[in-house]
Write a protein of this length. Sequence first.
Length: 125
Amino acid sequence: MSETHHEPEPKNFAPKDPPKLDPPRDDPISLEELARYDGTGPEKRAYVAIKGTVFDVSGKDAYLPGGGYHVFAGKDASRALAQSSLKPEDCRAEYDDLGDKEKTVLNEWMTFFSKRYNIVGKVQK
Ligand code: HEM
C-alpha cells in the first residue's frame, strides 16, 4: 500500500472476483464489543474497523488466530494500517497526527476493505 508494502493490482483495489456485499449497516458498536470479535470465539467472528467503520472479515483466515493479520482483529486498526505496521500498540483508532502519505495509505485500505468486506456497523464515539 506504500513503497514499503505490496501494491494490490489493479490500482483501484478491486478484487478479481468482487463479492456480493450486503447493504452497509450503521449499528453502533463500542470498542469493548468490537474487541470480542477477534476471531477467538467458537464462531470465529472477526471484525476490523477502519476510521470507525466496522468490517466483517470473518471469511479471511489471515485475520483469525494464527493468521498474519490477526493482530488487527477486534480493533480499530486505522493507525497500524496507515503506518504499514503490525505492532499491537499501533492497532488503535488515532491517526489524525499522521502525515498526508500515511493518511493516503489509510484511505487506500478503506477502499480495499470496502470492496471486499461487509460493513456491519460504526464504532460508537
Ligand atoms: C514482508 C511484508 C509483507 C508481505 C510479503 C505481505 C504480503 C501480502 C500479500 C501477498 C497479501 C495479499 C494481497 C492481496 O490479496 O491483494 C497481503 C495483504 C494484506 N496485507 Fe500484507 N504483506 C506484508 C506486510 C504487511 C504489513 C506491514 C501490513 C500492515 C498494514 C500488511 C497489511 C496487509 C493487509 C491489511 C492485507 C489485506 C488482507 C485481506 O484482507 O485480504 N501487510 N499482504
